[in-house]
Design a protein around this ligand. Structure first.
Ligand code: UDP
Length: 477
């Protein structure tokens, strides 16, 4: 009897599981956790294991919550040698590779209790994690929390780099990249510039991408049809078969604000006319010099538009991204004398942070000045808010070209060669976005994309179909 019971136990099928391995920064981790939740709606019996690699400076409580019980977090040990700087560094990628033994150990532990179907890896971790996956004979999918146009660029990067000896930064040509509109070479992501400290790392990531069992991108087909077609037609990978592509977005991290905790900026928006306010917010890292902040203030005031502006401290000396986040900005010293007083009827300046998703979905908001971070773009698309594209770092200049030329959901903010934007440009573009034929045209497109995003994520929509195909794909392995 005892033997029989044991036999029965060992023959009963183990629960199916997958592992998700995000990069440590919150704006990569959050969409992957949303992705896990979405997968469960498609495949409720699946057990999902998320590997969490926190930065030394990041408490583990930054992991988004709440999640369903079938999602389990596994914390990988922290490496003290990781730079605490927010600037990406080659050391960041070295640490990803150093984590491989821990990743391997965790996968083996999970596979003791589950049938492990696949690992889905943030593209920042692919080069390292693919080694472990291939060792364990586990299908490995890449996950890109980026535009599909940016994914096309990454896939095509090794081919493109072979075509030019000079760095894109100095080429001054329009680059022909399948899956993207013509891209001014200077608008390529800085990590693709020869001589950039991350050039080799990104080339290595790009070279490894075709090894993926599938490529999962946080976008939806209707938003980027050209990229979808041309990647699928194999144009980005002339020398390799293109892995299957799954557009499973838009993934929006639902942060609600209600009850007593309604932030002051939402209350202020309640008192503004419908679609009258332009919202200025520049991601989790965007910040400006004092001179640039003053210039924005002058431009905003002259535009005469209502505005809600999130202001951060300027970057620390000699750094482009790191700001002093412990201290709130002293608005009086950062903004022109009398600005806050003169604009108090029309504008609100908020220190450091606002609940962006709630703001974008507020009826009073009619336009968004954004740094073109991909989460922000998708949040604006889902809220149907047209954008003014003011890129600051990473692949954001590339995104601006996609948003303006391809998706037609944004007008461009045009900077000087040094990157400075004049008050005249701010005034002109804000007016254009909020009250001109061009502004109306991107507003209409943004609303159409909001509708299309809803269709994509509804039953029978392209995102749902892609998810079903994805689940089917690892079942067949
Ligand atoms: N965000 C926010 N309030 C702020 C600034 C940013 O809620 O004041 C959120 C925003 O909604 C988005 C994320 O932070 O979800 C920023 O991600 P994105 O990819 O746009 O930019 P990144 O910070 O990665 O450059």
């Amino acid at each position: 009897m005892y033997t029989l019971c044991l036999l029965h136990f060992s023959l009963s099928p183990m629960e199916e599981a997958i592992v998700i391995y995000p990069a440590s920064m919150l704006t990569h981790l959050a969409p992957m956790v949303e992705f896990a939740k979405l997968l469960l709606t498609q495949h409720p019996s699946l057990s999902i294991h998320i590997l969490i690699a926190t930065l030394p400076s990041q408490p583990s409580s930054t992991v988004p919550s709440p999640v369903p019980p079938s999602i389990t977090f596994h914390y990988l040990p922290t490496f003290d040698l990781l730079p605490t700087s927010t600037d990406l560094d080659p050391l960041f990628f070295d640490v990803i590779r150093l984590r491989n033994p821990d990743v391997r150990r965790t996968l083996l532990t999970i596979s003791n209790n589950y049938t492990l179907n696949a690992i889905i890896v943030d593209f920042f971790c692919t080069s390292a994690a693919f080694e472990v996956a291939s060792d364990l004979n586990l299908p490995a999918y890449s996950f890109l929390p980026t535009a599909l146009g940016a994914a096309a660029c990454l896939l095509y990067l090794p081919t493109l780099c072979n075509k030019f000896t000079q760095s894109f930064q100095h080429l001054n040509v329009l680059l022909d990249i399948p899956g993207a509109p013509p891209i001014p070479s200077a608008d390529m992501p800085p990590t693709t510039f020869k001589g950039n400290k991350l050039y080799d790392v990104f080339l290595d990531i790009a070279t490894n991408l075709p090894r993926s069992t599938g490529i999962i991108v946080d976008t939806f087909e209707y938003l980027e049809p050209k990229s979808f077609k041309e990647i699928n037609d194999g144009l980005c990978l002339p020398d390799y078969p293109t892995p299957p592509l799954y557009c499973i977005g838009p993934l929006i991290v639902n942060t609600t604000v209600d009850g007593d905790g309604v932030p002051q900026c939402i209350k202020w928006l309640d008192s503004q006319p419908s679609k009258s306010v332009v919202f200025l917010c520049f991601g989790s890292l965007g910040s400006f010099s004092v001179q640039q902040l003053k210039e924005i203030a002058v431009g905003l005031e002259r535009s005469g538009q209502r505005f809600l502006w999130i202001v951060r401290n300027p970057p620390l000396e000699n750094q482009s991204l790191n700001i002093d986040t412990k201290v709130d900005p002293d608005l009086k010293s950062l903004l022109p004398p009398g600005f806050l007083e003169r604009t108090k009827e029309k504008g609100l300046v908020v220190k450091s942070w606002a609940p962006q998703l709630a703001v974008l979905n507020h009826d009073s908001v009619g336009g968004f000045v954004t740094h073109c971070g991909w989460n922000s773009v998708l949040e604006s698309v889902c809220a149907g808010v047209p954008m003014l594209a003011w890129p600051l770092y990473a692949e954001q200049r590339f995104n601006r070209v996609l948003m303006v030329e391809e998706m037609k959901i944004a007008l461009p903010m045009v900077e000087s060669e040094t990157g400075f934007v004049s008050s005249t440009e701010v005034e002109k573009r804000v007016k254009e976005l909020m009250g001109s034929k061009e502004g109306d045209s991107v507003r209409e497109r943004a609303l159409a994309m909001k509708h299309a995003a809803r269709v994509a994520t509804s039953e029978g929509g392209s995102t749902r179909i892609a998810l079903a195909k994805l689940v089917e794909s690892w079942k067949q392995k």
